[in-house]
Design a protein around this ligand. Structure first.
Ligand SMILES: *Cc1c(COP(=O)(O)O)cnc(C)c1O
Length: 393
């Protein structure tokens, strides 16, 4: 019975079609014969070699993410942070330097301060709002320049084209953390297109699929997408040697999220702008940090590059409100749940200490970041209003 249950002769009929692709799960992949095994190619997608190197499920998701980002090749990794780590590990060696925006996603900066430093890779943080300052920091050792648009939490929107041009001059690989834009707000590989159709873009786009592509708040995944086959091969080789594969069920969860992603992004954008505009009228805050709002840092840069924005923004409370009062506001919220990450169905809120995040924060006071879920925005506005009433009591 044991053998019969494993080596069963039944084969389901070929040609099954349904709205969603099937889920193929494999650690190992079996070959038809030794010749097929010996002819295996680990480097491209003409066949299957090992679960870690891809299944129909992960190949399908890779192709769709490449389309989303306007790229040609995608590697999947177990988290957005792993997409940053894969990029760093694949492209940097001892003696190299990586330049990172000083408002970048925090754990990526921690990776530079710890593992990269231990591997003999140096890093410096640059002011993303000053492309000339970036240009002045480049040295022959600079092999990788990260860009994030907008910066995590403080939401300054840089002049992406000028940052790319500055970094390009040194021959460094230009990597974008495209989680916020998600492939919808702007095209990372066509930041600018000249009259002859020549495009200026980044070399690779790292994306936390955890956020909008999944949209469920129930899966962690990341991707690294490029248009350059040689760069893809470097990423793919490191991916295989590090063993950073993804599980089929997780890939399926993202494949389920993708069909509604464009609608969810637009809905979160509408809600985010409505709530941000409401906050802009409130005297409790001194600054609303939302790239689509005039007066937010880098608004003109956002306007030149994008029509859409993620449903994500921050407010800076007036310094007359201490951390304890701002925490009381956050605790009083009922619909907004306290949690990191964003772009799931549930609206989230996190208070941040600006001083601890930036070398020279532009603002004093406590910052609160809001991530819009899919609730009715009028209910979310009412939730913030009642939270402020509790705080002011
Ligand atoms: C969330 C996020 C990441 C990391 O994604 P995880 O999947 O949570 O590891 C990286 N960059 C940015 C900008 C993010 O918002």
């Amino acid at each position: 019975m044991a053998t019969a249950l494993i080596h069963h002769p039944y084969r389901p009929p070929a040609g099954f079609e349904a709205p969603q692709p099937g889920v193929f799960k494999a650690s190992t992949v079996v070959f038809a014969n030794t010749a097929a095994m010996r002819a295996r190619n680990w480097k491209e997608k003409s066949g299957y070699t090992y679960g870690l190197h891809g299944t129909p499920t992960t190949f399908t998701l890779e192709a769709r993410i490449a389309t989303l980002e306007g790229g040609l090749h995608t590697v999947l990794v177990p988290s957005g942070l792993a997409a940053i780590a894969l990029t760093d590990a694949a492209l940097l060696a001892a003696g190299d330097e990586v330049l990172i925006p000083d408002n970048a996603y925090g754990p990526g900066k921690e990776l530079a301060r710890n593992e990269l430093a231990a591997w003999g890779i140096t890093h410096r943080f640059y002011d993303p709002m000053d492309a000339n300052a970036l240009a002045a920091m480049l040295t022959p050792a600079t092999k990788l320049v990260w860009i994030e648009a907008p910066g995590s939490v403080t939401m300054e929107f840089p002049d992406v084209a000028n940052l790319v041009r500055a970094a390009r001059a040194s021959g460094a690989v230009v990597a974008l953390d495209n989680t916020w834009g998600a492939g919808l707000a702007f095209d990372p590989f066509r930041i600018e297109v000249d009259a002859n159709g020549n495009a200026l873009g980044v070399d690779l786009s790292a994306h936390a699929l955890t956020k909008y592509p999944s949209g469920g708040g129930d899966v962690l995944m990341g991707s690294v997408t490029t248009r350059d086959p040689a760069l893809h091969l470097r990423l793919n080789a490191t991916h295989m040697r590090m063993g950073w594969g993804v599980a089929a069920n997780d890939a399926e969860a993202v494949l389920r999220g993708l069909p509604s992603m464009v609608l969810r992004y637009a809905a979160a954008d509408r809600a985010g702008r409505a709530l941000a505009q409401w906050w802009a009228q409130r005297t409790e805050v001194v600054q609303v940090l939302h790239p689509a709002l005039p007066g937010s840092p880098g608004h003109a840069n956002w306007q030149r590059l994008c029509t859409q924005a993620a449903g994500l923004f921050s407010v800076v409370f007036d310094a007359r409100y201490g951390v304890r009062q701002v925490d009381a506001f956050v605790d009083a919220l009922k619909l907004f749940k306290i949690g990191f990450s964003w772009a799931g169905p549930v609206s989230l809120v996190v208070p941040y200490d600006l001083q601890a995040m930036r070398k020279q924060p532009e603002w004093q006071g406590t910052l609160v970041r809001f991530s819009l879920g899919l609730e009715d925005v009028d209910d979310l506005i009412a939730d913030c209003a009642q939270g402020l009433a509790v705080m002011d009591r």
